[in-house]
Design a protein around this ligand. Structure first.
Ligand SMILES: Cc1cc2nc3c(=O)[nH]c(=O)nc-3n(C[C@H](O)[C@H](O)[C@H](O)COP(=O)(O)OP(=O)(O)OC[C@H]3O[C@@H](n4cnc5c(N)ncnc54)[C@H](O)[C@@H]3O)c2cc1C
Length: 384
């Protein structure tokens, strides 16, 4: 008896929804299983906005993937008519040797990406809300901006459904096992068989990928919305870039123009200053001292932003030890299982290209995209 599906995708968040789209667009019979409803707020792909940029300070190896992600985001907007990307420009700010500045410059120069270097005076002139210190500089990238996570996930789910994928929500996988030449997947409702399994578990990686041997650590992160003193006009995307700022102590803050309407002000957050958590135990309440610390830190760069605190929301990072992704055929099940996990707080801008890579791996066993950096063997104990 042949399996019911060609591919079963576990998790229909950012990465899994993109995988379901790319797989079904290539004609595969796809089943997607998701623990929660469509476009939910319990994982890592919510909160209205995600930064996107090309001069990538984390490693120049990401740049070709970003160029492809930009093309695919464009196509996603055209194919669905949804508003997804706003390229309002971006400043990576700090002292010249800070990672956002020096790393972004390295990627820009290595790949010949358009950029400008601004000194503190020029930053203040071009972007009057920003008040950098005299020894701070910025790399400005006109092609940086933001993408909308909820619209992205909804768009991928829409296209997957259009192309015939079966998407089951509120139906978590309870377990799976190798079966004949493929896999058998169990839920409380049913059992399904497929030739290939794709696991995109987000913050559930420690539970769903135990046999991968990667030490994922899950972190609680908070997003804050403030009403700027004097209103949102200077913060509208036509006036305001996205920004990532590292101070002299190495603390990183990032933020967005005001895109959610005047009543929602503008969003800001700490980059990588989370606390360990699990999806079951994460503290969803945001406390006054956290709000005060955020207002204090961002107020040093943008004094007018923390006028009035409006709201906050929590989200989870799934970190790998080196903060690079894991995208590969599962080393313990290389014939039938593909994994995409450990996006370490910087994965969303890659969502469509990850969907494309995962479809390559599941259907062809290999991909033309450069993904050596994401091989899990770099993180697992070396054999004796
Ligand atoms: C506060 C915050 C800010 C961020 N800012 C940026 C940014 O500016 N730029 C950027 O590029 N990235 C950013 N990121 C990172 C980016 O959002 C994530 O890397 C990305 O959303 C991860 O997608 P995912 O598919 O791995 O996880 P998710 O979208 O959480 O998807 C995992 C899915 O698996 C499902 N699932 C779990 N267990 C099961 C099961 N047993 N059966 C079925 N389904 C299951 C979950 O319900 C969930 O839907 C940020 C993240 C956070 C939290």
């Amino acid at each position: 008896m042949s399996p019911t599906y060609d591919v079963i995708v576990i998790g229909l968040g950012g990465m899994g929804s993109a995988a379901a789209h790319h797989l079904s667009a290539r004609g595969a019979r796809v089943l997607g299983l998701e623990k929660f409803g469509p476009v939910h707020h319990h994982g890592s792909s919510h909160g209205g906005s995600r930064i996107t940029r090309q001069s990538y300070f984390e490693d120049p190896a990401y740049v070709p993937l970003l160029l492809r992600a930009y093309e695919l985001y464009d196509r996603l907007e055209q194919d669905t008519g949804r508003e997804i990307a706003t390229l309002c420009g971006g400043v990576m700010l700090g002292r010249p040797d800070s990672r956002p500045v020096s790393g972004s410059l390295l990627s820009a120069e290595r790949w010949g990406l358009p950029h400008e270097m601004l000194d503190a005076k020029e930053i203040r002139r071009r972007f009057p809300t920003l008040t950098p210190r005299a020894d701070e500089v910025a790399l400005y990238e006109a092609r940086a901006g933001l993408v909308r996570p909820e619209n992205t996930v909804a768009a991928h789910l829409q296209l997957a459904t259009r192309d015939g994928a079966d998407l089951h929500f509120e139906e978590p996988m309870t377990r799976w096992e190798p079966y004949r030449d493929g896999v058998r997947v169990h839920t409380a409702e049913d059992t399904y068989t497929a030739g290939q399994l794709v696991i995109c578990p987000g913050a559930w990686a420690p539970r769903l990928l135990t046999d991968l041997g990667v030490a994922f650590s899950i972190e609680r992160q908070v997003m804050y919305w403030f009403q700027p003193t004097g209103g949102v006009r200077p913060f509208l995307p036509e006036n305001h870039p996205i920004y990532i700022w590292e101070d002299a102590q190495g603390v990183q803050v990032y933020g967005f123009p005001s895109i959610d309407g005047p009543e929602l002000g503008a969003k800001v957050a700490f980059f990588r200053k989370g606390t360990p958590c699990t999806p079951e135990t994460i503290e969803r309440t945001v406390h006054d001292d956290e709000v005060a610390a955020m207002a204090d830190q961002v107020g040093r760069l943008i004094p007018s932003l923390p006028g009035r605190f409006l709201k906050a929301a929590t989200c989870m990072y799934s970190n790998t030890p080196d903060e690079h992704f894991v995208i590969a055929r599962h080393p313990a099940h290389p014939e039938a299982v593909t994994v995409a996990a450990g996006f370490s707080g910087h994965g969303f801008k890659f969502v469509p290209v990850v969907g494309e890579i995962v479809a390559d791996l599941a259907l062809d066993g290999t991909t033309g995209h450069p993904i050596d950096l994401f091989d899990p063997s770099r993180l697992t104990a070396a054999p004796a």
